[in-house]
Design a protein. Sequence first.
Length: 430
Amino acid sequence: MATASFDTARRAGSAVPAIEKTPEFRPEAAAPLPGRRASLVGLTRADLKARLVAVGVPERESRMRSGQIWHWLNVRGARDFDAMTNVGKGLKSLLAEHYTLDRPEIVTAQVSRDGTRKWLLRMAPTGAHDHNRGAEIECVYIPGPDRGTLCVSSQVGCTLTCSFCHTGTQRLVRNLSAAEITAQLIVARDELGDFVGQMPSRDATGGGEVGRLVTNIVFMGMGEPLYNVDNVIDAVGVMSDQEGLGLSRRRITVSTSGVVPQMQRLGEEAHAMLAISLHAVRDDLRDELVPLNRKYPIADLLDACRRYPGLNNARRITFEYVMLKGVNDSDADARELVRLLKGIPAKINLIPFNPWPGSRYECSDWERIERFSEIVFNAGYASPVRTPRGRDILAACGQLKSETEKLRARARLMLEEGMAERMYAGSDDD
């Protein structure tokens, strides 16, 4: 699979942190182990059609048959071939012989006091590197009165080494396939009762307007999406197919730390909303917070933002800015942020930082956050401060780690005492 180059900047004995991590495993595509049937869940239309042809469905019939199965998988949420009432018995038997409709395994499911849900998902094993167990990722659902946002992961671990991010401390195992990314949405709809005919209420508590529970997708889980750009683009295509999962591309936001060479392609092929993890207004500081900045500095990043396809006042770029006490939260930082973003249709999400065990940063004081927000707002930019969600289940953006990366006992104690609070940085764009 095509991907941006990996630059492991660390030298032996060097104090300079690496810009990126090298993946432990880089398959051409996540594939089942020999003798294990592959799942049809999450595939693109082209891949689904190819799977049918591969088991003997005539080419002239394959488009119609794949369309039928596509409907059952992505509109009805079928979990068994027998449920497909307009598919012939012979074809159903053939499909069941070679394929499954398995979803990723839910290892653990947690529900926060505020309704946020987090699932630890185990993918099907794809090789000896998985130790016959399968890679694990986390996926988070955040309900609201007028929307429901699903935060999906794009990698097992993360390519990058951002110093304030807990997920960045995890090793990078591999990219997720497009099907594995899409399957996170299908699992969420299974768990929430969010497929056609199930008539959920929008806030997942039984109240609120009747409608889809998952209305928005944010690629803000584990991983840097633009280091897995092929599969992210394909997954956005499946999620937004109006004869399938049916989400609006304006409600799908891809967040990047600034992989500049892939941004144009994302806009041209995925037509997704863009979010930038900025966090600093000076290159020297961003080099520390987001080491990728040494490769693609702020000026280059903002130039790519100005050229992002489809950018206008209705399709603003979201700039994410974590508030770190005494680091990036001064009035001068706020004014420089406004200057840097001049001419870019944008909104700035201010994210209160809550320390995780081992982090060296503190959250800015509330008065300082309010003052920063006021300066940005008075310059004409929306500058909402994120309301904390999922604090008690470690469900915040930047805090996700698979169960194989255990928190130390001290971290669990901090959580029980309410000290390790977190903040989710989703997107409010429609």
